[in-house]
Design a protein around this ligand. Structure first.
Ligand code: PLP
Length: 470
């Protein structure tokens, strides 16, 4: 009996050959392609078959096998195939540099520079004045030198590659001294001891977790020493009784002994954040001014540009690194250079940089501005959803993220949403799976929307997404 009933249902699934004869489906074939539509039609009929086979007899009647329903499923299936997997999301977490969400957003001028270069030939490695082969670094080297005060500069794929390149070029089969207080792990895959091993250099740890003195470095130097490496502890802080050696002292020691001092600054700040009521972070300019020989930092953390590892420092060192075969393996493309050049141009005027570079703008926006934006959002939500959720304003905190400034909680204004019928986890999931996915935090039974990371032009989209999810 059961078997027969199911056979009967299976027979009622429209055949692929019948589906593609439908007028609406013919339009889909016209718009996409015959192959894609046939593939999706057979996906859909396959799904329906599985569903019938796995459904209990009493529930079978609930399965809708009308052609109309099948075509709706077909359109959804095609849509999923043609829409990109890597897609825009709305970041309502308030975490400005969210590594899972792609870190820094590019400034508008950087976005247009990328769009402009992406689809056209360009002078990436052509010196237009002579017609001869040029260097790809010239597009940013001058700007980087001007802004950081360094003699030379180059760019690789990311800061991990930059550190690996520095170590491999100057310390392969030799010793590198690092303070025990600075043996960082960033994001689970960048670990100073592992990068050291991969580069072929030998790590010499000195000092203790909380205190490292100049004499620790002095005592560790021998004929095998190739470098002193300082690593900015960007994702943790050691507090209490602590001591690290300052740049001036370290540079003096390095100069006396003829050993280069290198600093991995991690987040790469080029403006004094203290002027904007944030914690002070060491700037690239400060390190160069103090005489550090080579400084490396990320392009897509606090600098606010594309993913890149930026290396600045003494010309002789930069030139030597450019000749390392690893440089070819770590090389960045025209899109990165386009974005980087445009971002660097904004730094010529630091006030402009803070306004136009989204990462800096989001970190420095006033609480009044945030409150205005949050109130706008609450008004729109209440207009549409007052019967579905309790919607309020609350005080809270945003974070820098991206492993930068871990102890900095920046006061912010949150919009809280407490669904009346469904659970908050259900709402969070529906938002995450929506047409434009929205990422938000949950606290107890409330969804928290931090408007710091939501752009003005995204407010309407956010309202629509929440409306759909509720
Ligand atoms: C983030 C970070 C890195 C890794 O940089 P990527 O650009 O993500 O490769 C290395 N060192 C420090 C100190 C960092 O903060």
């Amino acid at each position: 009996m059961n078997g027969k009933e199911k056979q009967n249902f299976l027979r009622h699934i429209p055949a692929v050959s019948a589906i593609i004869e439908n007028k609406r489906v013919k339009e889909l074939i016209e718009k996409y392609s015959h192959n894609l539509v046939v593939e999706s039609a057979s996906d859909v009929t396959g799904l329906l078959r599985e569903k019938i086979l796995s459904t209990g007899e009493k529930e079978l009647d609930k399965i809708n096998l009308s052609l109309e329903k099948v075509i709706a499923m077909l359109e959804e299936n095609i849509q999923a195939k043609v829409s990109p997997n890597l897609c825009k999301v709305i970041n309502a977490t308030g975490i400005v540099l969210h590594t899972n969400l792609g870190r820094a957003l590019l400034a508008e001028t950087a976005v247009s520079a990328v769009a402009n270069i992406a689809g056209s030939y360009n002078n990436l490695e052509l010196d237009l004045s002579t017609g001869e082969r040029g260097s790809r670094y010239v597009h940013v080297e001058g700007l980087l030198s001007k802004i950081t005060g360094a003699e030379g500069a180059m760019v690789v794929n990311n800061n991990a590659a930059a550190v690996l390149l520095v170590l491999n070029t100057f310390a392969k089969d030799k010793e590198v001294i690092v303070s025990r207080g600075q043996l960082v792990e960033i994001g689970g895959s960048f670990r100073v001891p592992d990068v050291m091993t991969a580069s072929g250099a030998r790590l010499v740890e000195v000092g203790t977790t909380n205190k490292t003195h100049l004499r620790d470095f002095e005592n560790a130097i021998n004929e095998e020493t190739a470098m002193i490496l300082k690593v900015h502890t960007s994702n943790y802080k050691v507090v209490g009784f602590t001591a690290e050696v300052g740049n001036e002292e370290m540079v003096k020691l390095g100069t006396e002994r003829g050993i280069p001092v290198v600093e991995d600054l991690g987040s790469g700040v080029l403006i004094n954040l203290k002027n904007y009521c944030l914690q002070e972070e060491p700037t690239v300019q400060d390190a160069i001014k103090a005489g550090v020989d080579v400084v490396t930092f990320s392009g897509d953390k606090l600098f606010g540009g594309p993913q890149a590892g930026i290396i600045v420092g003494r010309r002789e060192y930069i030139e030597k690194m450019k000749k390392n075969p690893l440089t070819r393996a770590f090389r960045v493309d025209k899109l990165t250079f386009a974005a980087l050049e445009a971002t660097l141009k904004l730094y010529i005027d630091p006030e402009q940089a803070v306004k136009d570079i989204p990462t800096l703008q989001m970190l420095t926006v006033s609480i009044d501005q945030l409150e205005k934006k949050a109130r706008r959002l609450v008004r729109s939500l209440k207009q549409k959803l007052a019967d579905k959720a309790q919607i309020n304003l609350d005080k809270g905190y945003s974070q820098v993220g991206g492993g930068a400034m871990p102890t900095e909680d920046i006061p912010s204004i949150l919009v809280t949403i407490q669904p009346i019928k469904n659970s908050v986890t259900h709402l969070e999931e529906k938002l995450r799976l929506g047409e434009i996915p929205v990422l938000a935090r949950i606290q107890k039974d409330q969804l928290l929307i931090d408007v710091r990371t939501v752009k003005d032009e995204e407010i309407a989209l956010l309202v629509k997404a929440i409306e759909q999810a509720l």
